[in-house]
Design a binder for this molecule. Sequence first.
Ligand code: UDP
Length: 240
Amino acid sequence: MTRPTFRRILLKLSGEVLMGSGQFGIDPDTVDRIAEEIVAIHGDGYELCIVVGGGNIFRGLAGAAKGIERATGDYMGMLATVMNALAVQSALERRGVATRVQSAIPMASVCEPFIRRRAERHLEKGRVVIFAAGVGSPYFTTDSGAALRAAEMKCDALFKGTSVDGVYDADPKKVPGAKRYEEIDFSTVLSNDLKIMDASAIALCRDNNIPIVVFNIREQGNLARVLAGEGIATIVRNGE
Ligand code: UDP
């Protein structure tokens, strides 16, 4: 099957891909490798928005399990995404690509606040815009942040770079013989409760007709292949 190709994309990087083979935190070699791949696709002329997660550093739910108030833990998680955004920014700029970080939680001495029209201008000028702090509110995830920014920035698609190579009918790490979908529609993902992203992120993409491409970013060279409509991935979109 040939997948459609896109011009302006939103790349969602989960925090866990930034920790490489480690169990926690930021692995500079992995960030460099991913930055290298992002630079390559930027050079191919794509307009690039990036949303980074924070799960490699802190998750509100994990904090809540240990007694930190949920909303407070979520703010800590959002701050973690800012650290990841700065790490990705630094790796991209070392390779000569102009970037801006925009945070949903204003942090004037560290990065820009999120201003949609300003982000639009950055993209027009060929800069990569990295969105941090998710939607800026607790009880959300950076997947919802990615869906929201993809809609606001009128991205053609949301590319979710993760540790699995697509969407399966069961957890491939637990169920031998689990089947990978080449393509699946939003309503099936929601009704079968397939765990790709949280339901609010899926619903936002469905309602705004933004396809989600789920692919393994840990595999070298996969980002460019998947963007070109090749490589292994699952595309989630509205049915015909
Ligand atoms: N978070 C939040 N609101 C948002 C985005 C993130 O409260 O809009 C918090 C939440 O606690 C989450 C953490 O930040 O667990 C890290 O984000 P996420 O789990 O989405 O990161 P990823 O799984 O992509 O690494």
